[in-house]
Write a protein that binds this ligand. Structure first.
Ligand code: PHE
Length: 343
């Protein structure tokens, strides 16, 4: 009896010591099986029961059960300890430093040419203009002949053209879209046509590829006054509420009369500065009343209808609006330059 209980205490003590030494739940499980598993000490003790006399069996059985309970309690406590420790370690190794700044996503911005183009579309769409985009590869007819500029016409020299073949070329002006649009639509017409154009030209203010915005209005009783009214509205919205426009006589084969349109210099308010070369005015676009020959080419009766057209360089507007002094900045895509156009 006495001897039995001493033995039990030893077992519990050994179990406790071994459980404490166990590093991690796997090792602890192995210790537990050594005592409580199917081939463990407790089971082997129970197997010994049959060697005992029937009188001895009940009290022995009770003791073994008590031992098992003690061991189970001990292991449950050890398991809880190990789990807690493991959780602690896991939390420590996976610590997040919430004060560390995150990786920032760089925010893009619209290119100044796109910004100006969108603004122009907004201004003119507000006046009821419809957007039309013509092809960049044009044929001679749309780019020149139908625009009253036949093959031997001296005005062809006004633009240095990239020819692709005898017949095809890179359009030099979005005016080609006027013809395409008038072939497909009858008056009243209010068309706005943005797009790339190409000319063999290259310096600080000219680039072989640039963008134009073409406008065309054809209806009964359209006059130059309507043109200037719309351009005033454009200048006030694009540049400043006090901007004014001025028309100067000019020449384009497809308009008659033709005008060059100046906007009062927004940098000096018209007083004269280096930007406007002391004149107080800046030339922004070409325009005029649609030449009757052009209307005839599109089978629109020039005695019934009149119209005006204008064409502006989008880069030029962007350069004036943002004070950009070299057109190359608009095609180099230097992020330090483009970043300045964030909202
Ligand atoms: N197409 C002319 C140019 O590129 C501009 C223009 C358009 C002039 C429409 C008059 C009317 O220079």
């Amino acid at each position: 009896m006495e001897e039995n209980s001493i033995m039990q205490e030893d077992i519990v003590k050994t179990a406790r010591e071994e459980a404490e030494k166990a590093e991690g739940s796997r090792a602890l499980y192995e210790v537990k099986m050594k005592f409580l598993g199917r081939a463990g000490i407790v089971t082997s003790m129970l197997k010994k029961m049959k060697e005992l006399s029937p009188e001895e069996r009940p009290s022995f059985g009770k003791k073994v059960n008590a031992l098992r309970e003690k061991l189970e309690e001990g292991f449950a406590a050890a398991e809880a300890r190990v789990k807690q420790r493991e959780l602690q370690e896991k939390l420590q190794s996976e610590t997040l430093d919430v004060t560390m700044p995150g990786r920032r996503q760089k925010k893009g911005a619209l290119h100044p040419v796109t910004r100006v183009k969108n603004e122009l579309v907004d201004i003119f769409a507000g006046m009821g203009f419809e957007i039309f985009e013509g092809p960049e590869i044009e044929n001679d007819y749309y780019n020149f002949t139908a625009l009253n500029t036949p093959a031997d016409h001296p005005a062809r020299d006004m633009q240095d053209t990239f020819y692709l073949s005898e017949e095809y070329l890179l359009r030099t002006q979005t005016s080609a879209g006027q013809i395409r649009f008038m072939e497909q639509h009858r008056p009243p017409i209010k068309m706005l046509s943005p797009g790339r154009v190409f000319r063999s030209d290259d310096d600080a203010t000219h680039s072989p590829m640039f963008h134009q915005m073409e406008g065309l209005v054809v209806d009964h009783n359209i006059t130059l006054c309507d043109l200037q009214g719309m351009l005033d509205e454009f200048a006030r919205t694009m540049f400043s509420s006090s901007s004014k426009t001025r028309l100067r006589p000019s020449y384009f084969p497809f308009t008659e009369p033709s005008v060059e349109v100046d906007v009062s210099c927004a940098a000096c308010g018209g007083k004269g500065c280096s930007l406007c070369k002391g004149t107080g005015w800046i030339e922004v676009l070409g325009a005029g009343m649609v030449n009757r020959r052009v209307l005839e080419n599109c089978h629109i009766d020039p005695d019934e209808y009149t119209g005006f057209a204008f064409g502006m360089g989008i880069e030029r507007i962007a350069m004036l609006k943002y004070g950009i002094n070299n057109i190359k900045l608009l095609t180099e895509n230097d992020v330090r330059f483009l970043e300045q156009f964030k909202d």
